[in-house]
Design a protein around this ligand. Structure first.
Ligand code: BGC
Ligand code: NOJ
Length: 810
């Protein structure tokens, strides 16, 4: 069952019922100021940091779901409704929510009054702009009473939910003209405030929640809206809100437009006040003037659309698969930019108060957006690398506001450092910018300890070499990519965090996933050293990579697949000998990608075992059989009920590793089958089961052991977005960046006739047409560039201009 449709021309997903199986959300903002918005106008806004600079309040996991948002109430002759359906839930005569690229639009109608609400954040603007149009579609005049509504969050979103003994006494507001100002804590340590303004003269306002809603009412029936008149209440403590009241007469056919702005302002510490207790509003007024007419708003909206056209234009494909085209051309690229902005902080599954930027997460996210915003990718790499330690280890996370490593969480996730080699080499392959290697980057944010980025890569590589266990395989530390395989945790205390507890010393438990990862990125490090003429270092590193390959073959092979790990006692994890958790996806993916034992048939065997034991109709599960009891020496993985999350859920992030493995041995049909199973646009028809948005990837789909296999959770903020984009473009369609140019190496289903790709790359435009006359999955027979046949499958870097490329497979 569907709950809407893709409008590819407009680059929108059109939700056509408010009753989706879960809030289907979107993101507003591309820099500094952000908003989350659901298909019923729920969500919240923040400046830079969803924890420390939250502007509006949101109630998580509430009843009904999705409470708090940008609510406009319309009282039309005592019928009260909202353009986004919630919170009144008054049945609408028509409803549409159009989620677009960094904007959302709600188009609805009730009793002959139509409403069109557009929400977005203009480029380089610290505020959310709403353009609301109301039109009388009847042949009789209408008197419409319009009430806006926002509830302020008292800035620190965590404290806001917990510290009521203080918070109920601190709230302060100011009202001037048509703007309501939120200034809680402004007179003490905060140099920032927020406002909610209207471009129209208002007929009243409310700023006190209890007065507006009523102590015993809810968002769905605020007493002021029912009464049809604002009270001009002024909040003192309790819960400050912002509501404008505007009464408007609409002649038959008449339309009126209203602009509302939710803005954020920072003032210099010595320039905060206009007079005693009165905020200096100079910047706020300038912001309000910037968008005080619908014309100005629409000009900014056009600018936003152009911005997205520019970003997406870097890769556009044309295949016979419509859902694939819309994923690659629009939604997957869009999601990659959202993960760039949000990391894992704020979604409808991530509260915005928990996590900072993950070292491994942010490095992996980069492979999904480096082609769109290479300069920002560079900045991101340097920020991440600055949180590394001199021995190559690193903080597991850092805070976006301070860019400093998170002490409370610490480090010792031993896969972390290797992901830096991935991001840096992918950045160079995209841009050709080797100079990034010479950038001086601090360790632990201490400038006095700065070294070149190249040196950071070296210590990343040797961090593995210097931390090998009894089988010469990498020690896992707290955990590797699988945060829940906590082999040194041994926790019996429910108050302990699996992520940070280490009751054992950690000198025995080893990871085959890190081993495979090391071979892949170790080889990348070797190649990079060779490229820059550092052949001695390359040879030394190559010897370490070879040692690792030997160790994997000797101690990491279980007969039909790669082992997953050795536990604290030196016992095998992910072996046929185990009762549960006999086989895991991560080591099959990485050791296959690394080609360990390729000639001996190990890769093929391992991938066959994945197919046999882990594949399901909804994707590949993480492990099998699922754990049914808590295994203290494995940690959090065995705490999840079977089929969920890291315990045999379909963890979408790691499916592409297997897919890449399949492409490396040329099995295009299998690769595509796996790709399609988790690709959201292909799941649109089973939305009632999948539950989350059909336009973005989710982190997890319930596995075969779960109560409801196929049900998705944790949409939006997941490394899944980047890995799937990378996999489809570089390994299935096979347009791969390399140091020397674009390497062409598709691995597609054998029945495909071909496909086209437009790719901007290092200043030139490539119009690539791949034809597959002999119906093969892999193998390039000829490539011509502007009619000239190449002698290998790498298109050398060209000067700017347009190039016609014809690739014949066979
Ligand atoms: C989740 C992981 C996550 C970790 C750290 C665990 O509970 O299952 O997916 O990486 O927490 O936040
Ligand atoms: C989500 C975390 O953000 C990521 O770092 C981790 O690799 C996966 N969960 C798997 O545990």
């Amino acid at each position: 069952m569907r709950y809407g449709y893709f409008d590819d021309e407009a680059r929108e997903y059109v939700v056509d019922t408010p009753l989706t199986p879960f809030p289907w959300i979107n993101y507003l903002g591309n820099k500094d100021f952000f908003g989350l918005v659901s298909n019923t106008a729920g969500g919240y806004a923040f400046y830079k940091d969803a924890k420390f600079r939250r502007l509006t309040r949101y109630r998580y996991n509430n009843v009904p779901m999705d409470n708090g948002g940008r609510y406009y109430y319309i009282n039309d002759n005592d019928t009260i409704w909202n353009p986004g359906f919630k919170p009144t839930q008054t049945e609408l005569d028509s409803y549409e929510c159009r989620h677009g690229l960094s904007y959302s639009r709600f188009i609805s109608e009730k009793n002959g009054l139509s409403s069109n609400l557009l929400c977005f954040i203009p480029q380089d603007y610290w505020g959310e702009v709403h353009l609301l149009k109301l039109k009388n579609e009847t042949d009789k005049p209408k008197t419409v009473k319009l009430f806006s509504f926002m509830e302020w969050c008292l800035w620190n979103a965590e404290d806001d939910m917990a510290n009521f003994q203080r918070n109920f006494s601190t709230g302060e507001v100011e009202v001037e003209g048509s703007a309501i100002y939120h200034k809680t804590e402004y007179k003490e340590r905060r140099d920032h405030f927020a406002f909610f303004s209207s471009n129209r003269k208002i007929d009243g306002f409310d700023t006190d929640r209890e007065t507006f809603i009523g102590m015993h009412n809810g968002f769905h029936n605020p007493q002021v809206v029912k009464a049809g008149k604002a009270t001009n209440s002024e909040a003192h403590g309790w819960s400050p809100i912002a509501s404008h009241y505007i009464e408007v007469e609409l002649a038959p056919g008449q339309e009126e437009e209203f602009v509302f702005i939710l803005g954020y302002v920072e003032n210099e510490a010595d320039n905060k006040w206009e007079s005693k207790g009165v905020i200096n509003k100079e910047k706020a007024l300038a912001m309000q003037e910037q968008f005080n007419t619908p014309g100005k708003v629409m000009a900014a909206f056009d600018e936003l659309k152009d911005y997205w056209t520019g970003l997406l234009d870097n890769i556009q494909i044309d295949s016979d698969e419509e859902p694939l085209n819309r994923m690659v051309n629009i939604w997957n690229q869009y999601q990659c930019m959202v993960t760039f902005n949000m990391s894992r902080s704020a979604s409808f599954f991530e509260s915005g108060i928990g996590r900072g930027m993950g070292f491994r997460d942010s490095n992996q996210d980069l492979i999904g957006f480096v082609h769109q915003i290479p300069e920002k990718a560079k900045e991101r790499i340097l920020d991440i690398a600055a949180t590394q330690f001199e021995d190559g280890g690193c903080y597991h996370q850092y805070q976006p506001l301070t860019k400093k490593g998170n002490h409370a969480l610490g480090g010792d996730f031993n896969d972390d450092p290797l992901w830096l080699i991935l991001s840096v080499t992918e950045y160079i392959k995209e841009t050709g910018d080797f100079s990034i290697l010479d950038e001086q980057v601090p360790f632990d944010n201490d400038e006095s300890k700065a070294q070149s980025l190249l040196h950071h890569l070296k210590v990343s590589f040797y961090h593995v070499v210097n931390n090998l266990g009894p089988h010469n395989l990498p020690l896992i530390g707290r955990a590797d990519w699988n945060d829940c395989l906590n082999l040194n945790c041994f926790s019996t205390d429910p108050n302990e965090s699996f992520q940070t507890t280490g009751n054992k010393k950690g000198k025995t438990a080893e990871s085959l996933m890190i081993a495979g990862l090391f071979v892949v990125y170790g080889k990348e490090y070797v190649e990079l050293c060779n490229r820059i003429g550092n052949t001695e270092e390359a040879a030394a590193a190559q010897a370490e990579v070879a040692n690792m390959e030997t160790a994997i073959k000797e101690h990491g092979w279980d007969g039909d697949w790669y082992l997953r790990a050795y536990d604290y006692y030196g016992k095998k994890v992910g072996s046929n000998e185990n009762e549960e958790g006999k086989i895991f996806i991560e080591s099959q993916g990485w050791c296959s990608m690394a080609g360990v034992g390729l000639e001996e048939g190990m890769v093929e065997k391992a991938l066959d075992s994945v197919k046999e034991r882990l594949d399901t109709p909804y994707g590949i599960v993480l492990n099998n059989p699922a754990f049914t009891k808590y295994v203290i020496e494995y940690g959090e993985i065995s705490t999840y009920p079977p089929g969920y999350k890291e315990n045999a859920g379909i963890f979408c992030h790691n499916n592409p590793w297997v897919i890449i493995g399949e492409t490396m041995i040329g099995r295009g049909d299998q690769a595509w089958d796996y790709f399609k199973k988790i690709c959201p646009a292909y799941l649109e028809d089973i939305s009632e089961l999948h539950k989350v948005e059909p336009y973005v990837y989710c982190q997890m789909i319930a596995g075969k052991d779960a109560f409801k296999p196929g049900e998705g959770k944790n949409s939006w903020l997941s490394g899944t977005a980047a890995w799937n984009f990378y996999t489809i473009t570089q390994y299935i369609l096979g347009i791969r960046t390399s140091y020397d140019g674009l390497e062409i190496d598709p691995c597609i289903p054998s029945d495909w006739k071909g496909f086209k790709v437009k790719r901007k790359y290092r200043g030139a435009n490539y119009h690539i047409e791949v034809v597959n006359p002999n119906k093969v999955s892999k193998g390039v027979k000829t490539i011509s560039v502007n009619g000239q046949v190449l002698d290998n499958n790498i298109i050398p870097v060209q000067s700017s201009g347009d190039y016609q490329v014809v690739v014949t497979m066979g």
